[in-house]
Design a protein around this ligand. Structure first.
Ligand SMILES: Nc1ncnc2c1ncn2[C@@H]1O[C@H](COP(=O)(O)OP(=O)(O)OP(=O)(O)O)[C@@H](O)[C@H]1O
Ligand SMILES: [Mg+2]
Length: 250
């Protein structure tokens, strides 16, 4: 059975003439590592915001664990307990005064007591290497520090499906590697991970499944081997060309 199913999703931002999603179909099994690729503006972030009900489609449905997502408050809270999203811009995510408060917010909201919450915060802070930042105000952090705090906040919820929107973009090579390790550990626990990225090499190396978007649609979803062997797809999307090639031949 699919963990997440998107069925014919259409979505237009208010006041925009062109639909951001123009009939997205996608089915993700549980326990896989998914890389979501696509050019700027192809609809990756918009798709992601539909996965935990932040955006509601104009047409089509989202199904999680076999159930059609509905948009009442209680149902959304339950969905967000299962589907954790790390936003493309961490400033959209972090709103508490301190890092510790920010990471505590999710677990407290789930009904955990202070002691258990503190334990979870401590554990995810160690994992994301932000223990020394816990008492800092969230607004006074570097981009990569914010990304790590946002990641910790979502990990503290222990979601079944973790979706990260270009989180690697802000991370240094050391932290990227750390993230990779964290993801491996989560997948070993049976979790499912979706990572939107422009890092084609990372996708090729890391993912079990590559999903390619173009102009508001999913145009391909397959193993990295098959996706990257598809010459016409590579040409159409520009994914197969290392960016430095024209210069190397100059
Ligand atoms: N808040 C918004 N209001 C209006 N239009 C938006 C908004 N956010 C995105 N769009 C538009 O919706 C389309 C899809 O954008 P989206 O952010 O989903 O793309 P993306 O694939 O995540 O791009 P990127 O790689 O640059 O992050 C684009 O045409 C974009 O201009
Ligand atoms: Mg985006």
């Amino acid at each position: 059975m699919s963990l997440l199913e998107l069925d014919d999703l259409h979505y237009g931002y208010p006041g925009q003439p062109r639909l951001a999603l123009q009939g997205v179909n996608l089915s993700l099994p549980a326990g896989v590592k998914v890389a979501l690729l696509g050019r700027n503006g192809s609809g990756k972030s918009t798709l992601i915001l539909h996965c935990n009900g932040i955006l509601q489609p104009n047409r089509g449905v989202v199904r999680f664990a076999g159930r059609t997502v509905t948009y009442q408050r209680a149902a959304l809270l339950e969905l967000r307990r299962q589907v954790g999203v790390i936003f493309q811009n961490p400033d959209d995510q972090l709103f508490s005064a301190s890092v510790a408060q920010d990471i505590s917010f999710g677990p407290l909201n789930l009904g955990l007591n202070q002691t258990d919450t503190r334990r979870r915060v401590q554990a995810v802070a160690e994992l994301c290497e932000i223990t020394d930042l816990l008492e800092r105000p969230t607004h006074a952090l570097s981009g990569g520090e914010k990304a790590r705090v946002a990641l910790a906040g979502v990990l503290a919820m222990e979601p079944a499906l973790l979706i990260a929107d270009e989180v690697t973009a802000n991370l240094d090579p050391w932290m990227r590697r750390q993230l990779f390790t964290i993801f491996q550990r989560l997948v070993a626990q049976g979790k499912t991970i979706v990572l939107a990225t422009h890092d084609v090499e990372f996708a090729r190396y890391w993912a079990d499944m590559v999903v390619v978007m173009e102009a508001g649609r999913v145009i391909a979803a397959d193993t990295p081997e098959r996706i990257f062997a598809n010459q016409s797809l590579m040409v159409q999307t520009g994914l197969g060309q290392p960016w430095y090639l024209p210069f190397a031949h100059a």
